[in-house]
Design a protein around this ligand. Structure first.
Ligand code: AMP
Ligand code: ZN
Length: 138
């Protein structure tokens, strides 16, 4: 399924040109237009899923397999020192384009993002830890 108002549907379908670095039947991988670092890429499924909650388990498995392939490729070709894999779901998590995408962000020593890709650390009491532990156990 595609969403006619979705820019990533148009890009993944080839309707809007992009700097594609990989394509198969299921995915297109493009360079991010506003990259965090050189080589910042996005894995786009060609089907429209707004987020990970909507995506079938099998597709999610394929995304991870492709992420690994690209990670190895980036390490070899870019000689990057590290790599962040990020995937935002919902406005609260920083998602701005509501078509599932996975960020692959090659990292370089002193790339200026040292303090960007991190978060604050909560200090939880043992009771708070226990409560969240009970809630989350599958
Ligand atoms: P997120 O905040 O996880 O939703 O990330 C959206 C990403 O899509 C951002 O890093 C944008 O720079 C990127 N982006 C938005 N529009 C385009 C576009 N037309 N081509 C390539 N990347 C885009
Ligand atoms: Zn879409």
């Amino acid at each position: 399924m595609k969403d006619s108002n979705c820019i990533f549907c148009k890009i993944s379908g080839g309707e809007i040109p992009s700097k594609t670095i990989y394509e198969d039947e299921e995915f297109r991988v493009i360079l991010d237009i506003s990259p965090a670092t050189k080589g910042h890429a996005l894995i786009l499924p060609k089907e429209h899923y707004a987020n990970i909650y909507e995506m079938p388990e099998e597709t999610a498995a394929h995304v991870m397999k492709l992420a690994r392939k690209l990670a190895v490729h980036m390490k070899e070709t870019l000689k990057c020192d590290g790599l962040n894999i990020m995937q935002n779901n919902g406005e609260a998590a920083g998602q701005t384009v509501f078509h599932f995408h996975m960020h692959l962000i090659p990292r370089y020593k002193q790339d200026g993002n040292e303090d960007k890709l991190c978060w604050n650390h909560l200090e939880l009491s043992e009771e708070e830890f226990q409560a969240i532990h009970q809630k989350l156990k599958l």
